[in-house]
Design a protein around this ligand. Structure first.
Ligand code: NAD
Ligand code: DAU
Length: 351
Protein backbone atom coordinates (compact mmCIF):
# COMPACT_ATOMS: atom_id res chain seq x y z
CA UNK A 1 0.00 0.00 0.00
CA UNK A 2 1.61 3.32 -1.06
CA UNK A 3 1.79 5.98 1.61
CA UNK A 4 1.70 8.90 -0.86
CA UNK A 5 -1.32 11.07 -0.09
CA UNK A 6 -3.07 8.06 1.31
CA UNK A 7 -6.37 9.26 2.72
CA UNK A 8 -8.07 7.55 5.67
CA UNK A 9 -11.44 8.19 7.24
CA UNK A 10 -11.38 7.38 10.95
CA UNK A 11 -14.88 7.40 12.45
CA UNK A 12 -15.36 8.00 16.17
CA UNK A 13 -11.95 9.66 16.43
CA UNK A 14 -13.03 12.00 19.24
CA UNK A 15 -13.84 9.06 21.51
CA UNK A 16 -11.58 7.08 23.80
CA UNK A 17 -9.85 4.58 21.48
CA UNK A 18 -10.42 6.72 18.38
CA UNK A 19 -8.51 9.69 19.82
CA UNK A 20 -5.48 7.51 20.60
CA UNK A 21 -5.63 6.04 17.09
CA UNK A 22 -5.99 9.44 15.39
CA UNK A 23 -3.01 10.79 17.36
CA UNK A 24 -0.90 7.77 16.40
CA UNK A 25 -1.80 7.93 12.69
CA UNK A 26 -1.39 11.72 12.37
CA UNK A 27 2.04 11.63 14.03
CA UNK A 28 3.30 8.43 12.41
CA UNK A 29 2.17 9.09 8.83
CA UNK A 30 2.80 12.75 7.90
CA UNK A 31 2.17 11.87 4.22
CA UNK A 32 -1.32 10.55 4.92
CA UNK A 33 -4.43 12.67 5.19
CA UNK A 34 -6.35 11.63 8.30
CA UNK A 35 -10.01 12.68 8.41
CA UNK A 36 -11.63 12.26 11.80
CA UNK A 37 -15.42 12.07 11.56
CA UNK A 38 -17.35 12.22 14.82
CA UNK A 39 -20.84 13.30 15.85
CA UNK A 40 -19.49 14.50 19.23
CA UNK A 41 -22.08 12.65 21.28
CA UNK A 42 -21.72 12.70 25.06
CA UNK A 43 -18.72 10.36 24.56
CA UNK A 44 -16.88 12.40 21.93
CA UNK A 45 -14.57 15.15 23.10
CA UNK A 46 -12.23 17.17 20.90
CA UNK A 47 -10.18 18.14 23.95
CA UNK A 48 -8.76 14.61 23.60
CA UNK A 49 -6.95 15.76 20.45
CA UNK A 50 -5.76 19.26 21.35
CA UNK A 51 -2.11 18.33 20.70
CA UNK A 52 -2.65 17.45 17.03
CA UNK A 53 -5.65 19.61 16.06
CA UNK A 54 -3.54 21.94 13.89
CA UNK A 55 -1.47 19.23 12.19
CA UNK A 56 -1.37 19.81 8.40
CA UNK A 57 -2.35 16.20 7.63
CA UNK A 58 -5.44 16.24 9.90
CA UNK A 59 -9.07 17.29 9.30
CA UNK A 60 -11.97 17.03 11.71
CA UNK A 61 -15.55 16.70 10.42
CA UNK A 62 -18.55 16.83 12.75
CA UNK A 63 -21.17 14.54 11.23
CA UNK A 64 -23.39 11.60 12.06
CA UNK A 65 -22.58 8.28 10.36
CA UNK A 66 -26.30 7.60 9.97
CA UNK A 67 -26.62 10.65 7.67
CA UNK A 68 -26.36 8.97 4.25
CA UNK A 69 -26.25 12.20 2.26
CA UNK A 70 -23.45 13.64 4.40
CA UNK A 71 -21.45 10.41 4.11
CA UNK A 72 -21.82 10.34 0.31
CA UNK A 73 -20.63 13.97 0.13
CA UNK A 74 -17.70 13.26 2.41
CA UNK A 75 -16.52 10.29 0.33
CA UNK A 76 -16.88 12.36 -2.87
CA UNK A 77 -14.86 15.21 -1.35
CA UNK A 78 -11.98 13.25 0.18
CA UNK A 79 -11.63 10.18 -2.08
CA UNK A 80 -10.73 7.95 0.86
CA UNK A 81 -8.43 4.99 0.32
CA UNK A 82 -9.47 3.42 3.59
CA UNK A 83 -11.97 3.61 6.42
CA UNK A 84 -11.20 2.66 10.01
CA UNK A 85 -14.62 2.50 11.61
CA UNK A 86 -14.82 3.00 15.37
CA UNK A 87 -17.84 5.29 15.79
CA UNK A 88 -20.33 3.52 17.99
CA UNK A 89 -22.51 3.67 21.03
CA UNK A 90 -20.13 1.75 23.27
CA UNK A 91 -21.53 1.42 26.80
CA UNK A 92 -23.33 -1.81 27.67
CA UNK A 93 -25.45 -0.28 30.48
CA UNK A 94 -26.77 2.41 28.13
CA UNK A 95 -27.66 -0.29 25.58
CA UNK A 96 -29.83 -1.93 28.21
CA UNK A 97 -31.76 1.27 28.97
CA UNK A 98 -31.86 2.58 25.36
CA UNK A 99 -31.19 -0.09 22.71
CA UNK A 100 -32.49 1.96 19.76
CA UNK A 101 -29.58 4.39 19.58
CA UNK A 102 -27.27 1.33 19.41
CA UNK A 103 -29.25 -0.09 16.48
CA UNK A 104 -29.17 3.26 14.70
CA UNK A 105 -25.49 4.09 15.12
CA UNK A 106 -23.87 0.66 15.32
CA UNK A 107 -25.92 -1.15 12.66
CA UNK A 108 -27.54 1.46 10.39
CA UNK A 109 -24.51 3.77 10.62
CA UNK A 110 -22.19 0.96 9.57
CA UNK A 111 -24.35 0.13 6.53
CA UNK A 112 -24.49 3.81 5.56
CA UNK A 113 -20.67 3.88 5.58
CA UNK A 114 -20.42 0.60 3.66
CA UNK A 115 -22.81 1.97 1.02
CA UNK A 116 -20.86 5.21 0.67
CA UNK A 117 -17.63 3.21 0.26
CA UNK A 118 -19.25 0.84 -2.26
CA UNK A 119 -20.60 3.78 -4.26
CA UNK A 120 -17.28 5.65 -4.43
CA UNK A 121 -14.71 2.87 -4.57
CA UNK A 122 -15.18 1.62 -8.15
CA UNK A 123 -13.39 -1.70 -8.56
CA UNK A 124 -12.13 -1.50 -4.91
CA UNK A 125 -8.50 -1.52 -6.03
CA UNK A 126 -6.22 -0.34 -3.18
CA UNK A 127 -9.20 0.20 -0.85
CA UNK A 128 -9.91 -1.20 2.59
CA UNK A 129 -12.82 -1.01 5.09
CA UNK A 130 -11.72 -1.84 8.64
CA UNK A 131 -14.40 -2.69 11.21
CA UNK A 132 -13.20 -2.23 14.80
CA UNK A 133 -15.21 -4.63 16.93
CA UNK A 134 -15.35 -6.18 20.35
CA UNK A 135 -14.81 -9.53 22.04
CA UNK A 136 -18.35 -9.22 23.45
CA UNK A 137 -19.77 -10.59 20.18
CA UNK A 138 -18.51 -14.04 21.24
CA UNK A 139 -20.75 -14.14 24.32
CA UNK A 140 -19.62 -15.38 27.71
CA UNK A 141 -16.95 -17.91 28.71
CA UNK A 142 -16.96 -20.35 31.61
CA UNK A 143 -14.04 -20.62 34.01
CA UNK A 144 -11.67 -21.81 31.27
CA UNK A 145 -11.19 -21.31 27.54
CA UNK A 146 -10.40 -18.36 25.28
CA UNK A 147 -12.17 -16.64 22.37
CA UNK A 148 -10.50 -17.39 19.04
CA UNK A 149 -11.35 -15.94 15.64
CA UNK A 150 -13.49 -19.03 14.91
CA UNK A 151 -15.55 -18.89 18.12
CA UNK A 152 -19.20 -18.65 17.00
CA UNK A 153 -20.91 -15.33 17.63
CA UNK A 154 -23.27 -15.39 20.63
CA UNK A 155 -23.98 -11.76 21.57
CA UNK A 156 -26.06 -11.30 24.70
CA UNK A 157 -26.55 -7.56 25.28
CA UNK A 158 -28.14 -5.03 22.92
CA UNK A 159 -24.65 -3.49 22.58
CA UNK A 160 -22.92 -6.73 21.60
CA UNK A 161 -25.84 -7.77 19.36
CA UNK A 162 -25.56 -4.45 17.51
CA UNK A 163 -21.79 -4.86 17.09
CA UNK A 164 -22.23 -8.49 15.94
CA UNK A 165 -24.81 -7.38 13.41
CA UNK A 166 -22.45 -4.72 12.06
CA UNK A 167 -19.61 -7.29 11.82
CA UNK A 168 -21.87 -9.64 9.84
CA UNK A 169 -22.80 -6.83 7.47
CA UNK A 170 -19.14 -5.94 6.89
CA UNK A 171 -18.43 -9.59 6.05
CA UNK A 172 -21.53 -9.66 3.82
CA UNK A 173 -20.14 -6.73 1.78
CA UNK A 174 -16.88 -8.65 1.42
CA UNK A 175 -18.59 -11.83 0.18
CA UNK A 176 -21.38 -10.22 -1.85
CA UNK A 177 -19.72 -7.20 -3.45
CA UNK A 178 -16.04 -8.08 -3.09
CA UNK A 179 -15.34 -5.08 -0.87
CA UNK A 180 -11.88 -5.44 0.74
CA UNK A 181 -12.46 -5.59 4.48
CA UNK A 182 -10.64 -6.50 7.65
CA UNK A 183 -11.99 -6.82 11.20
CA UNK A 184 -10.61 -7.01 14.71
CA UNK A 185 -12.29 -7.99 17.96
CA UNK A 186 -10.70 -6.54 21.06
CA UNK A 187 -11.01 -6.94 24.82
CA UNK A 188 -11.53 -4.18 27.44
CA UNK A 189 -9.34 -1.14 26.86
CA UNK A 190 -8.13 1.17 29.60
CA UNK A 191 -6.04 4.33 29.80
CA UNK A 192 -6.34 8.14 29.46
CA UNK A 193 -9.46 9.80 27.96
CA UNK A 194 -11.89 6.97 28.70
CA UNK A 195 -15.32 8.35 29.51
CA UNK A 196 -15.97 8.04 33.26
CA UNK A 197 -18.98 5.77 32.93
CA UNK A 198 -16.68 2.78 32.31
CA UNK A 199 -15.39 0.78 35.27
CA UNK A 200 -11.90 2.19 35.87
CA UNK A 201 -12.44 5.94 35.30
CA UNK A 202 -15.77 5.74 37.15
CA UNK A 203 -14.04 4.23 40.17
CA UNK A 204 -11.16 6.73 40.01
CA UNK A 205 -13.57 9.65 39.86
CA UNK A 206 -15.67 8.30 42.73
CA UNK A 207 -12.58 7.77 44.89
CA UNK A 208 -11.62 11.41 44.25
CA UNK A 209 -15.01 12.50 45.57
CA UNK A 210 -15.19 9.97 48.41
CA UNK A 211 -18.25 8.39 46.78
CA UNK A 212 -19.20 4.72 46.90
CA UNK A 213 -17.67 2.31 44.37
CA UNK A 214 -20.53 0.31 42.81
CA UNK A 215 -19.37 -3.25 42.05
CA UNK A 216 -22.04 -5.16 40.13
CA UNK A 217 -23.31 -8.48 41.52
CA UNK A 218 -20.68 -10.59 43.29
CA UNK A 219 -17.75 -8.84 41.58
CA UNK A 220 -16.46 -12.17 40.24
CA UNK A 221 -16.98 -11.18 36.59
CA UNK A 222 -13.77 -11.40 34.58
CA UNK A 223 -12.45 -9.12 31.84
CA UNK A 224 -9.18 -9.08 29.86
CA UNK A 225 -7.67 -5.57 30.06
CA UNK A 226 -5.55 -3.96 27.34
CA UNK A 227 -3.67 -0.64 27.43
CA UNK A 228 -5.40 1.58 24.86
CA UNK A 229 -2.21 2.59 23.02
CA UNK A 230 -1.37 -1.10 22.55
CA UNK A 231 -4.77 -1.42 20.87
CA UNK A 232 -4.16 1.63 18.65
CA UNK A 233 -0.84 0.10 17.54
CA UNK A 234 -2.58 -3.18 16.75
CA UNK A 235 -5.18 -1.35 14.66
CA UNK A 236 -2.42 0.41 12.70
CA UNK A 237 -0.82 -2.98 12.02
CA UNK A 238 -4.05 -4.72 11.04
CA UNK A 239 -5.01 -1.83 8.74
CA UNK A 240 -1.70 -2.02 6.88
CA UNK A 241 -0.80 -5.72 7.07
CA UNK A 242 -3.96 -7.68 7.87
CA UNK A 243 -5.19 -10.18 5.26
CA UNK A 244 -8.20 -9.31 3.11
CA UNK A 245 -11.44 -10.61 4.66
CA UNK A 246 -9.56 -11.67 7.81
CA UNK A 247 -10.42 -11.17 11.47
CA UNK A 248 -7.87 -10.67 14.27
CA UNK A 249 -8.53 -11.04 17.98
CA UNK A 250 -6.69 -8.47 20.10
CA UNK A 251 -6.24 -8.87 23.86
CA UNK A 252 -3.95 -8.10 26.74
CA UNK A 253 -3.50 -11.62 28.12
CA UNK A 254 -4.39 -9.82 31.33
CA UNK A 255 -7.46 -11.28 33.04
CA UNK A 256 -8.82 -9.72 36.21
CA UNK A 257 -11.91 -10.42 38.27
CA UNK A 258 -13.64 -7.06 38.68
CA UNK A 259 -13.31 -7.06 42.46
CA UNK A 260 -9.57 -7.83 42.28
CA UNK A 261 -9.05 -5.04 39.77
CA UNK A 262 -11.01 -2.58 41.90
CA UNK A 263 -8.99 -3.60 44.98
CA UNK A 264 -5.76 -3.06 43.06
CA UNK A 265 -6.96 0.33 41.83
CA UNK A 266 -7.99 1.35 45.36
CA UNK A 267 -4.50 0.57 46.64
CA UNK A 268 -2.85 2.56 43.83
CA UNK A 269 -5.22 5.50 44.45
CA UNK A 270 -4.49 5.49 48.21
CA UNK A 271 -0.81 5.59 47.39
CA UNK A 272 -1.13 8.41 44.84
CA UNK A 273 -3.45 10.45 47.07
CA UNK A 274 -1.24 9.93 50.14
CA UNK A 275 -4.09 8.25 52.04
CA UNK A 276 -3.69 5.32 54.39
CA UNK A 277 -4.16 1.94 52.68
CA UNK A 278 -7.76 0.73 52.98
CA UNK A 279 -9.36 4.19 52.66
CA UNK A 280 -10.58 3.62 49.09
CA UNK A 281 -11.46 -0.06 49.60
CA UNK A 282 -13.88 1.06 52.33
CA UNK A 283 -15.95 2.79 49.61
CA UNK A 284 -16.68 -0.48 47.76
CA UNK A 285 -20.38 -1.34 47.66
CA UNK A 286 -21.85 -4.40 45.98
CA UNK A 287 -24.89 -3.26 43.96
CA UNK A 288 -27.61 -4.84 41.84
CA UNK A 289 -26.14 -6.79 38.95
CA UNK A 290 -26.17 -5.70 35.30
CA UNK A 291 -28.99 -7.68 33.57
CA UNK A 292 -27.58 -10.46 31.37
CA UNK A 293 -24.06 -9.72 32.67
CA UNK A 294 -21.48 -11.82 30.77
CA UNK A 295 -19.40 -13.80 33.27
CA UNK A 296 -16.02 -13.93 31.60
CA UNK A 297 -14.25 -12.70 28.48
CA UNK A 298 -10.72 -13.77 27.52
CA UNK A 299 -8.90 -13.46 24.21
CA UNK A 300 -6.55 -15.80 22.39
CA UNK A 301 -4.38 -13.33 20.47
CA UNK A 302 -2.13 -15.96 18.87
CA UNK A 303 -3.15 -15.13 15.30
CA UNK A 304 -2.18 -11.44 15.39
CA UNK A 305 1.02 -12.33 17.23
CA UNK A 306 2.09 -15.05 14.79
CA UNK A 307 0.93 -13.42 11.55
CA UNK A 308 1.56 -9.73 12.23
CA UNK A 309 4.06 -9.77 15.11
CA UNK A 310 1.89 -7.78 17.55
CA UNK A 311 2.03 -8.21 21.32
CA UNK A 312 0.87 -5.91 24.13
CA UNK A 313 3.70 -3.85 25.62
CA UNK A 314 2.31 -2.22 28.75
CA UNK A 315 2.09 -4.39 31.87
CA UNK A 316 -1.03 -4.22 34.04
CA UNK A 317 0.59 -2.70 37.15
CA UNK A 318 2.31 0.02 35.12
CA UNK A 319 -0.82 0.75 33.04
CA UNK A 320 -3.12 0.94 36.05
CA UNK A 321 -0.83 3.38 37.85
CA UNK A 322 -0.39 5.53 34.73
CA UNK A 323 -4.16 5.58 34.24
CA UNK A 324 -4.87 6.64 37.82
CA UNK A 325 -2.16 9.30 37.65
CA UNK A 326 -3.49 10.65 34.34
CA UNK A 327 -6.98 11.17 35.75
CA UNK A 328 -5.56 12.85 38.86
CA UNK A 329 -3.48 15.14 36.62
CA UNK A 330 -6.50 15.93 34.43
CA UNK A 331 -9.27 16.67 36.89
CA UNK A 332 -10.55 19.58 34.76
CA UNK A 333 -11.13 17.12 31.88
CA UNK A 334 -12.97 14.85 34.31
CA UNK A 335 -15.08 17.70 35.68
CA UNK A 336 -16.04 18.87 32.21
CA UNK A 337 -17.12 15.51 30.85
CA UNK A 338 -19.00 14.61 34.00
CA UNK A 339 -21.12 17.76 33.83
CA UNK A 340 -24.21 18.47 31.72
CA UNK A 341 -26.10 15.71 29.96
CA UNK A 342 -23.85 12.95 31.20
CA UNK A 343 -24.11 14.11 34.83
CA UNK A 344 -27.90 13.73 34.76
CA UNK A 345 -27.55 10.18 33.46
CA UNK A 346 -24.88 9.34 36.00
CA UNK A 347 -26.91 10.64 38.93
CA UNK A 348 -29.99 8.69 37.83
CA UNK A 349 -27.99 5.46 37.51
CA UNK A 350 -25.81 5.44 40.57
CA UNK A 351 -26.98 7.85 43.26
P1 NAD B 1 -16.38 5.83 22.87
O1 NAD B 1 -17.80 5.74 23.32
O2 NAD B 1 -15.36 6.40 23.78
O3 NAD B 1 -16.31 6.68 21.52
C1 NAD B 1 -17.26 6.53 20.49
C2 NAD B 1 -17.15 7.74 19.58
O4 NAD B 1 -18.09 7.58 18.51
C3 NAD B 1 -17.46 9.06 20.28
O5 NAD B 1 -16.49 10.03 19.95
C4 NAD B 1 -18.83 9.44 19.71
O6 NAD B 1 -19.03 10.85 19.63
C5 NAD B 1 -18.78 8.80 18.33
N1 NAD B 1 -20.12 8.52 17.80
C6 NAD B 1 -21.14 7.88 18.43
N2 NAD B 1 -22.22 7.83 17.64
C7 NAD B 1 -21.86 8.42 16.47
C8 NAD B 1 -22.54 8.66 15.25
N3 NAD B 1 -23.81 8.28 15.07
N4 NAD B 1 -21.88 9.28 14.25
C9 NAD B 1 -20.59 9.66 14.42
N5 NAD B 1 -19.89 9.48 15.56
C10 NAD B 1 -20.53 8.87 16.57
O7 NAD B 1 -15.99 4.37 22.40
P2 NAD B 1 -14.60 3.59 22.51
O8 NAD B 1 -14.53 2.92 23.81
O9 NAD B 1 -13.51 4.49 22.08
O10 NAD B 1 -14.84 2.47 21.39
C11 NAD B 1 -14.54 2.74 20.03
C12 NAD B 1 -14.87 1.51 19.20
O11 NAD B 1 -14.11 0.40 19.65
C13 NAD B 1 -16.33 1.07 19.27
O12 NAD B 1 -16.73 0.63 18.01
C14 NAD B 1 -16.34 -0.07 20.26
O13 NAD B 1 -17.38 -0.98 19.97
C15 NAD B 1 -14.97 -0.68 20.00
N6 NAD B 1 -14.36 -1.37 21.15
C16 NAD B 1 -14.23 -0.73 22.36
C17 NAD B 1 -13.59 -1.39 23.41
C18 NAD B 1 -13.39 -0.72 24.76
O14 NAD B 1 -12.91 -1.38 25.68
N7 NAD B 1 -13.69 0.55 24.93
C19 NAD B 1 -13.09 -2.69 23.23
C20 NAD B 1 -13.27 -3.30 21.99
C21 NAD B 1 -13.88 -2.63 20.95
O1 DAU C 1 -14.89 -6.26 26.10
C1 DAU C 1 -14.86 -5.10 25.32
C2 DAU C 1 -15.92 -4.13 25.79
O2 DAU C 1 -15.45 -3.59 27.02
C3 DAU C 1 -16.21 -3.01 24.79
O3 DAU C 1 -16.74 -3.58 23.62
C4 DAU C 1 -17.19 -2.01 25.39
O4 DAU C 1 -17.38 -0.93 24.49
C5 DAU C 1 -16.61 -1.48 26.68
O5 DAU C 1 -17.54 -0.60 27.29
C6 DAU C 1 -16.29 -2.63 27.63
O6 DAU C 1 -17.50 -3.28 28.06
P1 DAU C 1 -17.70 -3.76 29.59
O7 DAU C 1 -19.13 -3.87 29.86
O8 DAU C 1 -16.83 -4.93 29.87
O9 DAU C 1 -17.05 -2.49 30.35
P2 DAU C 1 -17.50 -1.69 31.66
O10 DAU C 1 -16.36 -0.77 31.99
O11 DAU C 1 -18.85 -1.10 31.52
O12 DAU C 1 -17.56 -2.83 32.76
C7 DAU C 1 -16.44 -3.63 33.05
C8 DAU C 1 -16.87 -4.66 34.08
O13 DAU C 1 -17.12 -3.97 35.33
C9 DAU C 1 -18.17 -5.36 33.75
O14 DAU C 1 -18.11 -6.70 34.23
C10 DAU C 1 -19.23 -4.60 34.53
C11 DAU C 1 -18.47 -4.15 35.75
N1 DAU C 1 -18.91 -2.84 36.33
C12 DAU C 1 -18.99 -1.78 35.49
C13 DAU C 1 -19.37 -0.55 35.99
C14 DAU C 1 -19.50 0.64 35.07
C15 DAU C 1 -19.14 -2.74 37.69
O15 DAU C 1 -19.02 -3.70 38.45
N2 DAU C 1 -19.51 -1.52 38.18
C16 DAU C 1 -19.63 -0.41 37.39
O16 DAU C 1 -19.99 0.67 37.89
Amino acid sequence: MSSKQHSILITGGAGFIGSHLVRLMVNKYPDYHIVNLDALTYAGNLENLKDIENAPNYTFVKADITDAEAMQELFALHQFDGVIHLAAESHVDRSISNPMSFIETNIVGTVVLLNAAKHHWGDFSGKRFYQVSTDEVYGSLGKTGLFTETTPYDPRSPYSASKASADHLVRAYYHTYGMPVVLSNCSNNYGPYQFPEKLLPLMINNIRHGKTLPVYGDGQYTRDWLWVVDHAEAIDLVYHKGGNGETYNIGGNNEWKNIDLVHQLCDVMDDLLGQSQGTSRALITFVKDRPGHDRRYAIDATKIKQELGWAPKVKAEEGLRQTAQWYLDNTSWLERVTSGEYKAYYEKQYQ
